[in-house]
Design a protein around this ligand. Structure first.
Ligand code: GLU
Length: 451
């Protein structure tokens, strides 16, 4: 089957690309690349109001950003209008379609008007059946179907006829699309048959749902491809995450390279049950991808974001190259930068009020910070190993309650005092990178915030 597979992504441009739609593109792309077939792009631009140039560009941008390269020229559905109407003429001539006068309400004026439309004739008895590659055997009784409009009274062809005629024209062998099209599929199968064309194989992908099992929407968080880009997600991470919405490799792999995904992908491993959109998992996955970026790539990204935030290009106490590794492995989205490490670049620490409240406004912390300032100032050498050994020693001392002081009592206030935050690189590594004088200065000035 390898060189005969032809699949397509057929978005209707609306201005932003929902992840449910782009997930269909991802599955089609992987299916084609796995089979060595063709992945086609058809823009279903018949809604002239919504299909503006900007809306179409958004689709193309989202595809390029995610690395979904397509084969052959992009097909614009509006360019095929003559084919759609010619197919309708054939259906009329064989009796598979018929004309009727229908009343409709003008959505703009609310006026009732009647006009001639073309309807497709559905079978009156028996069943329509097909084997869905994801959902299994599907059937519908003829009596549960109705004839439907394929040409409106203004002469324009409806989605169903345009979609099927274009699939025939493009030689599409497999239709991989969202669950919401299952009802349409019963209609489309009949149109393929009436036009004497082979019926393609269908695979309907499960709905993407939120934690409550309801369709995932913009109320649940980022829902459009552009938002993920803006929020600092890497395209490779989003791609990997989208593949797992309805598919799994069958082993415990989750982070998989594009090559591994192409090799492993198959429709029979697609799940029919709803796919839960887990934002925490995406965040984790994005962090994994950021951690794996080449040093130079992450460094360039950080530099760009430092410049945009008006911060200096190099940290105060060390080189940018030394700072990159500990920051890189703790960055979850690119938009964490430079906020998660700005205290390396400017003398004035911005203290997170919640961190101050939690770690500094505690009895004894003021004295603790100034005693560490004194001790650090007097240490023969100020390395991560030396500060660690020293803090360990202090933690083992017996406190007023008769128990060892413990590391937590010491490291948390020190961290907040020198960085303003509760999270960051390992404390001792961070102290060394900041440098002794800066650490001592910050401990002393933060003691004024402490109780
Ligand atoms: N334009 C339709 C959509 O975006 C096409 C569905 C399809 O056949 O893939 O829902």
């Amino acid at each position: 089957m390898s060189d005969t597979v032809r699949v397509r992504f057929a978005p209707s441009p609306t201005g932003s690309v929902h992840i449910g739609n782009i997930r269909a593109a991802v599955f089609n792309w992987l299916f084609a690349r796995h089979a060595g077939g063709k992945f086609l792009l058809r823009i279903e631009d018949t809604d002239l109001v919504r299909s503006t140039k900007e809306a179409i560009d958004k689709v193309l941008d989202a595809m390029r950003w995610l690395g979904l390269d397509w084969d052959e020229d992009v097909v614009y559905q509006t360019h095929n209008a003559a084919d759609h109407l010619a197919a309708v003429e054939r259906l009329l001539s064989t009796g598979a379609a018929y004309k009727a006068v229908k009343e409709s309400v003008d959505p703009a004026t609310g006026e009732r008007k009647s006009g001639e439309v073309v309807l497709f004739r559905m079978p009156k008895e028996g069943r329509i059946e097909y084997d869905d590659l994801v959902k299994g055997h599907m059937r519908k009784k003829a009596e549960d179907t109705q004839d439907f409009v394929i040409v409106r009274s203004d002469g324009s062809p409806v989605f169903h006829i345009a979609n099927v005629v274009d699939d025939i024209k493009q030689g599409v062998t497999h239709i991989i699309r969202g669950d919401d099209h299952v009802e349409n599929t019963f209609k489309h199968i009949q149109i393929f048959k009436a036009l004497g064309a082979p019926v393609p194989k269908y695979a309907h992908l499960p709905m993407i749902v939120n934690a409550q099992g309801k369709p995932y929407s913009k109320r649940d968080g980022a829902a459009f491809v552009g938002e993920f880009k803006e929020q600092g997600y890497l395209p490779e991470a989003l791609f990997n995450f989208l593949v797992l919405l309805g598919w799994a490799p069958g082993d415990d792999r989750e982070v998989m390279s594009r090559q591994e995904l192409v090799e492993a992908f198959s429709l029979d491993r697609c799940k029919a049950s709803p796919a839960r959109f887990d934002m925490k998992k995406l965040l984790w996955m994005n962090g994994e991808y950021i951690a794996r970026q080449p040093h130079e790539v992450f460094k360039a990204e950080l530099s760009e974001r430092l410049a945009a935030a008006g911060l200096p290009p190099a940290p105060l106490g060390c080189s940018l190259d030394a700072l990159v590794p500990p920051v890189q492995i703790r960055t979850k989205t690119l938009s964490d930068l430079p906020g998660n490490c700005e205290y390396f670049f400017k003398e004035d620490v911005s203290y997170d009020p919640a961190a101050v409240e939690k770690r500094l406004k505690k009895p004894g912390v003021k004295a603790l910070l100034s005693s560490f300032a004194d001790a650090f100032a007097a240490m023969p050498e100020f390395t991560a190993a030396a500060t660690e050994a020293f803090v360990h020693g202090e933690a083992e001392k017996i406190g007023e309650d008769g128990k060892p002081v413990g590391m937590g009592t010491l490291v948390h206030p020190i961290r907040v005092a020198v960085s303003g935050r509760t999270e960051g690189p390992g404390l001792f590594e961070m102290l060394e990178l900041l440098g002794r004088d800066r650490v001592v200065r910050r401990l002393r000035s933060a003691s004024s915030l402490a109780s």
